[in-house]
Design a protein. Sequence first.
Length: 256
Amino acid sequence: MTTVTEALRPIGPDIWLAEGPEVRFYGVPVATRMTVVRLACGGLWLHSPVAPSPALHDALDALGPVRHLVAPNRFHHGALGAWVAAYPDAVLHEAPGLGVRRPDLRFDAALGSRPAAAWADTIDQTIFGPSWYFDEVVFHHRASRTLILTDLIMNLDGRRYGPALRWLGRLDGALAPTGGVPRTYRWSLTDRAAARRVAEMLIAWAPERVVFAHGAWFERDGTARLARAFEWLVGRPDAQSAGRSRGRVWRPVACG
């Protein structure tokens, strides 16, 4: 039987990553990534589910029952149907604007700027935007100090692309090793003051690591790298003092 570590990589207490197959986003090939959190009740919370496989199902079933399927923005929904079929009792959570794109799916709950009761004392939550392109629901797993993003930051390996795509990726600010918020997304913001407040909140959560769906995620120095990624919006915040101001203590609680 497939072991957990073969399909899922642990990155902290009760949090794992699953690397998915490559997909094309506006013609650009990008890898995919899912984040899995085990809640206090033992149920699993799946963020941006990647294409399923027997090995991945085996690994998840070894950890606990799948309780929540989280679609964090209106683009990350391709595999949802397969996950709903495999785990029909799981709660399907809808990002802003996704329902109209997937009328074939029955969403059970809408994601907002506050965490659902099932994970409120385990995972922080807010929405980055507003944008005419997409609003993204972002999360912070307190026990592991992991910020969980999707498309808000990209850090793509330019060596995989031809000269034209490398030039476009560099122009967009989405190439490794620095990565960042793509300029095409920055231009889509319709209220920069509101977006700035959210960015400051994310930095104040003081994550040790920052996970996102496409490219090499920030495995260490998460707060400093996050602050650099948002300099265009918030300037140069004192990330260390922001982290000391968090003031919240993680406590496991019962969950759905």
